[in-house]
Design a protein around this ligand. Structure first.
Ligand code: ADP
Ligand code: TRP
Length: 332
């Protein structure tokens, strides 16, 4: 029996951090055991906000190298660049004709920009490009082109998935057949939110991230910046109300967690000590992956080859689908 297809896109817009690792990368790699995975770099999506060619190029390598270093096996998942699968843009143009403008008006990212402009008393369309406005259509094309069964995404993408389903259903309805496979969102509700240096959700937008593959010394220096309270060394501390401990739990074994917990509850432990413990467990887990990552980043030809090969396979699958769809729509 054919495996079901899991597909997701990763925008190359920032250096991956430990929130991305626990929230997105690790669970997506788990899924490759069960599904035919297609994980691509959504570089045309990034173009809406990044107009620096070097940055897009570098981020693409960083994202690809991160996923591979974290254990993504390219034999188990098709890894490719969105920009190298032009059938995506065929389908995207087709889907535009089935998407009401009203649906796009309701998209969160667009609405947030309009509202911000309104608050600042600027022209409502200020800074809104058509790529941003039609973003959900391009995303629908990414998904529908590959007959995706499940799409693992974070909560912030739930609305985009609903729109994809909406658009696909309207195509199927008009042509009275299953032209497009209706995907199921796999929303990562249960994964806990990883907190950042300041205790808020770790996010590039809050500037509070711990990048996954920071060099050892820099990593240690950054961990020393995790925000704690002003309790003295002698005082008894509450591990369950502590940013350092919350991060520690992600990396430490049960036994290690219990040991550190006891030190908190006993008193006589300073924050510097807890942070050093955090640094050590994190370093132990990331250092083999970091080595791998650095090797990959020093070997960009290898990454290019892998993405080129993945893109070629993706184009083969995609061109079959586009032929099928065009035929139904009345095109040669
Ligand atoms: P950022 O908020 O840093 O811009 P992205 O939106 O690029 O991160 O994140 C990509 C995915 O990584 C999200 O959909 C989510 O699943 C996961 N993710 C990001 N930050 C966290 C976090 N702090 N905790 C858990 N998962 C996260
Ligand atoms: N929009 C997604 C994000 O911002 C990235 C993305 C693009 C995507 N195309 C996709 C995710 C298709 C899942 C499926 O994170």
């Amino acid at each position: 029996m054919k495996n079901k297809i899991a597909l997701t896109g990763i925008k190359p817009t920032g250096t991956p951090h430990i929130g991305n690792y626990f929230g997105a990368i690790k669970p997506a790699i788990e899924l490759t055991k069960e599904f035919d995975a297609r994980y691509f770099i959504a570089d045309y999506h990034a173009l809406n906000s990044i107009k620096d060619p070097q940055q897009i190029n570098e981020m693409t390598y960083e994202v690809a190298a991160t996923w591979l270093a974290c254990g993504l096996d390219p034999n188990k998942a098709l890894v490719y660049r969105q920009s190298q699968v032009p059938q995506t843009f065929d389908l995207s143009t087709i889907l535009l004709a089935f998407t009401s403008k009203g649906l796009m008006n309701r998209a969160h990212a667009y609405k947030a920009m309009v509202q911000n402009n309104s608050e600042l008393k600027r022209d409502l369309d200020d800074g809104v490009n058509m790529g941003l406005f039609t973003y959900p259509v391009l995303m629908a094309a990414d998904i529908l082109l590959f007959d995706s069964d499940v799409v693992p995404v974070g909560k912030d993408q739930a609305q985009h998935l609903e729109m994809t389903i909406d658009i696909a259903q309207s195509v199927n309805h008009i042509y009275k057949s299953n032209v497009l496979t209706i995907p199921k969102p796999l929303i990562r509700e249960s994964t806990q939110t990883v907190i950042g240096l300041d205790g808020r959700k770790m996010s590039k937008s809050y500037n509070n991230t711990i990048p996954l593959f920071l060099p050892t010394k820099k990593l240690r220096r950054l961990i020393m910046k995790v925000v704690t309270n002003s309790q003295t060394i002698e005082e008894v501390k509450d591990p369950d109300k502590c940013n350092v401990f919350a991060l520690y739990k992600l990396f430490a074994t049960e036994v290690q967690q219990n040991e550190l917990r006891e030190m908190y509850l006993k008193g006589g432990m300073g924050w510097g000590h807890a942070k050093q413990e955090l640094f050590e467990v994190m370093e132990e887990m990331v250092s083999p992956m970091r080595e791998n990552y650095n090797e990959l980043m020093d070997n960009k030809d290898f990454i290019d080859k892998l993405l080129d090969e993945g893109s070629e396979k993706a184009r083969e699958i995609a061109s079959e689908k586009i032929k099928f769809v065009k035929n139904i729509l009345g095109f040669k």
